[in-house]
Ligand binder design. Structure first.
Ligand code: ADP
Length: 487
C-alpha cells in the first residue's frame, strides 16, 4: 500500500534501482528512501522515465499531463507518471526526446551532446511536479550533478515564490569526478539569474558547472563516507572543486552508504546456485563450482583461490593496476574473474590477456546483475584497487558474501575495511595505488588464505559486519530535522 500522506521529503536523482542502474547511486536510491519511509517520513523519489526503464513489475499511472516546465525556451512540458515502489511513490519525468534513448548519459563513444539541456530540464520538471502536485515539501534531497541544479533553483525561487519560501535542500555527492561541465553559453538559457554566474556560484573557469551549482547553493552537502568528506577538500581528491568545498566545509558532512541486505545477502540470494550464511559456509563452495562452470575457468581452481573484480573499467577503479599484475598473479596459480564495462582500451587489454591465460583469467565485458551476485559468492578474494572511492558498495557486498576484499586505503574503503593484521580483520588494504604495492597486498591475502582457520575468521568477521542502512538513515534524519523536517 502506498503511503497515504503527501511527501515532505523528496529525492531527485537520475537513477533508482530497480528501475534504472549504472552504479552505486542507483543502489542508494533503491534503499535509502524506503528506509526513511519505514522510519515514518513521508518520502517520494523523482527520476527520469528512460526508454530502458525496468518498470514491468510496477504499473505506471499518469498523474500530471503536460506539466509546464518553464525550460528551455520556448517552454515545453513533461508528463509525470507515478509507480508504487514498496509503499513509496516514485515519480517519473517523461519527455521522450530527452530520455527515451538506449543509454542514460552517453554512448560507448561520447556523452550525449545535449546532456546539459536534458538534466536542467529534469531538475526543473522535478521541481514543477512538486509544485503542481502540491507536495507539502520541507526538504529536497538531490544526488550528483544531474540533479544538482535543483538546489540553485530552489535557492533563488524561495526569495520570491511563497511555495518555496521554507524549502531547504540537501545535495549528496556520490562521485566528485563527474561534474556536468558545459559551455558557458548554456548558462544564459538555464533560467538562473545572472548573479549565479560567478566563482562562488555555477561558474568554473568560464564553464558552466552543474555540480558546483549544487555545492554552492545547497543548504547542506553530504558525501558518502566520512573519509571522502575529508579528502575532497584537498587538491589531490577535490577535482578542482576543493576551493568551494573548503569554503562550504561547515555545511559538508560524510554519511556512509549502507547495504540493502534484502538484495545482497548470501542467505537469501535467488541468483545463487546455493545459499549460505555465517553458520554454514558450505554453499559458498557450491557457488564457486558453479562460477567455475559458468565462466569456463579451469576445474582445478576449485582448490585454489579465485579473485574477483566487479566495476566500471575505468582508471578510478584501478582496473589498469589489476591488468598490470595479471602475469604475476598467474604465476601464483590463482583464477581471476572480471565483470565490467568501460574504457574501450581497458576492455581490449582485458580481452587480450584473457586469450593469453585461458581458463585462468575470465572476463565478462558487459553489465549483468545476476553475474555480479554470483561473483561475490563464488570467489575467494575481492579486488578493489580504486585510486579514489567515495564509498564503494561492492566491498560491502563482498564482506557479507565471505569474500574478503583487497583494496586501496582511500575514501569509503578506509572507513569500511579492518585491515590485516588488526584485531577484527575483515580484509587487506594498501596505501599507494601502484602495481607493486597492490601485488604485495594480494600476496599477503593469498598467504592468509592458505591458513584455513585464519581465513575463516577473516571471512566471518566480514560477514558479521553490519552496514545496514538504519544507522546512516538516522544520520540523514538528524540532518533533515536540522533543516526543519518534522518527524
Ligand atoms: P560506482 O562507483 O560504480 O557507483 P559502487 O561500488 O558504489 O561503484 O557500486 C557499483 C554497483 O554497480 C554495485 O552494485 C555493483 O555490483 C554494480 N556493478 C558495477 N559494474 C557492474 C557490471 N558490469 N555488472 C553488474 N553490476 C555492476
Amino acid at each position: 500500500m502506498i503511503q497515504s500522506v503527501k511527501p515532505e521529503l523528496v529525492f531527485i536523482a537520475s537513477e533508482m534501482y530497480p528501475f534504472s542502474k549504472s552504479g552505486g547511486l542507483a543502489d542508494v536510491l533503491g534503499v535509502l528512501p524506503l528506509t526513511l519511509s519505514r522510519m515514518g517520513i513521508p518520502v517520494a523519489v523523482i527520476t527520469p522515465l528512460y526508454g530502458r526503464l525496468s518498470t514491468s513489475a510496477y504499473p505506471l499511472r499518469l498523474v500530471c499531463e503536460n506539466c509546464p516546465v518553464g525550460y528551455p525556451w520556448p517552454t515545453i512540458s513533461a508528463d509525470i507518471y507515478q509507480a508504487d515502489y514498496q509503499g513509496i511513490p516514485v515519480y517519473f519525468i517523461d519527455r521522450g526526446e530527452f530520455f527515451d534513448r538506449r543509454h542514460y548519459y552517453c554512448t560507448a563513444k561520447n556523452d550525449y551532446f545535449d546532456n546539459c539541456e536534458r538534466f536542467i530540464f529534469f531538475c526543473r520538471a522535478a521541481l514543477s511536479a512538486i509544485q503542481r502536485l502540491d507536495f507539502p515539501v520541507s526538504v529536497v534531497h538531490v544526488h550528483d550533478w544531474h540533479a544538482a541544479l535543483a538546489t540553485a533553483f530552489v535557492y533563488f525561487w524561495r526569495q520570491h515564490d511563497s511555495f518555496w519560501a521554507d524549502v531547504k535542500t540537501v545535495m549528496t555527492i556520490h562521485n566528485l569526478a563527474f561534474q556536468g561541465r558545459f559551455s558557458n553559453r548554456l548558462f544564459w538559457n538555464s533560467g538562473l539569474p545572472d548573479e549565479a554566474w560567478n566563482m562562488d556560484g555555477v561558474e568554473f573557469y568560464d564553464s558552466f558547472n552543474l555540480l558546483k551549482g549544487g555545492i554552492a547553493y545547497a543548504d547542506r552537502i553530504t558525501t558518502v563516507s566520512p573519509t571522502y568528506a575529508q579528502e575532497i577538500v584537498t587538491p589531490r581528491f577535490g577535482c578542482g572543486l576543493e576551493g568551494i568545498l573548503a569554503k562550504r566545509k561547515d555545511a559538508l558532512v560524510g554519511v556512509l552508504n549502507g547495504v540493502d541486505y534484502s538484495v545482497w545477502s548470501p542467505g537469501q540470494d535467488t541468483f545463487l546456485e546455493q545459499t549460505y550464511d555465517l553458520d554454514d559456509l558450505s554453499g559458498k563452495a557450491i557457488c564457486k563450482k558453479a562460477l567455475i562452470r559458468e565462466m569456463r575457468l579451469a576445474p582445478n581452481l576449485e582448490n585454489r583461490p579465485i579473485l574477483g573484480f566487479i566495476g566500471r573499467l575505468r582508471g578510478q577503479k584501478g582496473i589498469d593496476l589489476l591488468l598490470d599484475i595479471i602475469p604475476a598473479l598467474m604465476r601464483e596459480d590463482v583464477g581471476v574473474v572480471v565483470l565490467g564495462e568501460g574504457k574501450p582500451a581497458h576492455e581490449a587489454r582485458l580481452l587480450d590477456l584473457m586469450e593469453k591465460y585461458p581458463g585462468c583469467l575470465c572476463a565478462h565485458v558487459g553489465y549483468t546483475e545476476e553475474l555480479a551476485h554470483q561473483i561475490q559468492a563464488g570467489t575467494d578474494i575481492f579486488l578493489m584497487p580504486s585510486r579514489y572511492e567515495p564509498c564503494g558498495l561492492t566491498q560491502l557486498y563482498s564482506l557479507r558474501y565471505g569474500t574478503p576484499p583487497v583494496a586501496t586505503a582511500v575514501g569509503g574503503l578506509k572507513d569500511t575495511i579492518v585491515s590485516y593484521p588488526l584485531p577484527g580483520t575483515t580484509g587487506f588494504t594498501f596505501a599507494e595505488s601502484t602495481p607493486a604495492i597492490f601485488l604485495q597486498c594480494v600476496k599477503k591475502a593469498l598467504t592468509a588464505w592458505e591458513n584455513k582457520a585464519l581465513w575463516k575468521k577473516i571471512q566471518t568477521n566480514g560477514m558479521r559486519a553490519d552496514f545496514s542502512w538504519n544507522k546512516s538513515a538516522q544520520r540523514y534524519l538528524e540532518l533533515y530535522a536540522d533543516l526543519g523536517l518534522k518527524k
